[in-house]
Design a protein around this ligand. Structure first.
Ligand SMILES: Nc1nc2c(ncn2[C@@H]2O[C@H](COP(=O)(O)OP(=O)(O)OP(=O)(O)O)[C@@H](O)[C@H]2O)c(=O)[nH]1
Ligand SMILES: [Mg+2]
Length: 334
């Protein structure tokens, strides 16, 4: 009986996970919120939940939207969501907000209120604070997005501030990446991280009601003409001007997204892009698993902390230690 305990527990956890996913797929919003929390908190059931979600993912288009703080990302995401709702598409939104505290910033509060008041069950919005994620914000965001998608969404919109590497990694999870720039405020193309510019499939010049939209567009074009010679086959990111606060240009943006989706659907490009996204995700997943194990592992009676102290005191040669540790980790991972 002693050995059947954990196995039985595991089986029950799987049962619970499958039930939870079934309920959230039937439209139970509380089940969805619970599944997201468990995944976000890396709870013991998380893997079983994600595994139960996996067969119900892969059909939605995932659009990543990034840009400087205050560029109008949330406003544009809300407008896009309304656009897709108008086409009767089920929409999920994950907003990664580096500023909102756990208890919820103003935007999070507004969104929850919006969700409650309009009670549109074709739209689900989740805000995530970036602080406090151990072992990868991008991984957690991808997992949360997968759970929401599995609840039956056709369109996933991912909003993140384009500042740190973490955020760049997040938009890399998307099928389509939209980079938002705005005129003025020294927010010109040069000041935007090169990494962000490179991953743009579509540029948006938001706040085009302000002076300087022409200049931003010219700078984008100039940058594109400088970059490596294009194949006739290459996609050149179009520039769409918007006034998100007025809803202007949203139709054009949706059309540009649809065009890029069409481009991806040819010659196995979508599969290629997703495979390259999955490569990153798999590496992150393995790394996370190994790191978690490492913290509790026993290396010949010593923990990783003991070994770190021993190396710092020059009692142990780290280069001799490494192959032994690697061997032990790989052995344990079997
Ligand atoms: N003039 C003008 N203001 C806009 C436009 N789009 C958004 N805004 C305003 O710009 C401010 C910031 O918009 P948000 O949508 O919160 O921007 P954000 O990029 O999500 O901001 P963070 O998430 O805090 O980085 C708000 O006051 C919007 O009303 C626009 O096209 N023109
Ligand atoms: Mg925002």
């Amino acid at each position: 009986m002693a050995t059947s305990g954990p196995a039985k527990q595991k089986k029950q956890a799987h049962g619970t996970a499958a039930e939870l996913v079934e309920r959230m797929r039937a439209g139970d919003i509380r089940a969805l919120a619970r599944a997201i929390s468990l995944v976000e908190n890396d709870a013991p059931e998380a893997t079983a939940i994600l595994s139960a979600c996996f067969p119900h993912t892969g059909d939605a288009l995932c659009v990543g939207i990034t840009g400087a703080p205050g560029a109008g990302k949330s406003t544009l995401v809300d407008r896009l969501a309304k656009h897709y709702r108008g086409e009767k598409k089920q929409v999920g939104i994950v907003a990664v907000d580096p500023t909102s505290p756990y208890t919820g910033g103003a935007i999070l509060g507004d969104r929850i209120r919006m969700q409650e008041h309009y009670a549109d069950d074709g739209l689900y919005i989740r805000s995530m604070a970036t602080r406090g994620f151990l072992g990868g914000l991008a991984r957690t965001t991808a997992d949360v997005a997968a759970v929401i998608e599995a609840s039956g969404k056709d369109m996933m919109l991912l909003e993140t501030v384009g500042v740190g590497q973490d955020e760049v990694d997040i938009v890399r999870l998307a099928d389509v990446t939209v980079v938002i720039l705005v005129p003025g405020m020294g927010d010109d193309v040069q000041s935007i991280k090169a990494g962000i510019m490179e991953i743009a499939n579509i540029f948006v010049v938001n706040k085009s009601d302000r002076e300087g939209a022409d200049r931003v567009e010219r700078e984008i074009r100039a940058m594109q003409s400088l970059s490596a010679a294009h194949d006739a086959d290459d996609w050149i990111a179009p520039v769409v001007r918007t006034v998100a606060s007025e809803g202007e240009g949203v139709e054009e943006l949706a059309a540009a997204i649809a065009r890029y989706q069409g481009y991806l659907s040819e010659r196995g490009r979508l599969t290629e892009k997703r495979a390259s996204n999955w490569r990153e995700r798999l590496l992150a997943m393995v790394q996370h698993r190994v790191t978690k194990r490492l913290a509790q592992m026993d290396f010949g009676g010593r923990t990783i902390d003991d070994l770190a102290h021993a190396v710092a005191a020059h009692e142990v040669d780290p280069y001799e230690l490494l192959p032994k540790m690697a061997q032990q980790i790989l052995g344990a991972a079997k």
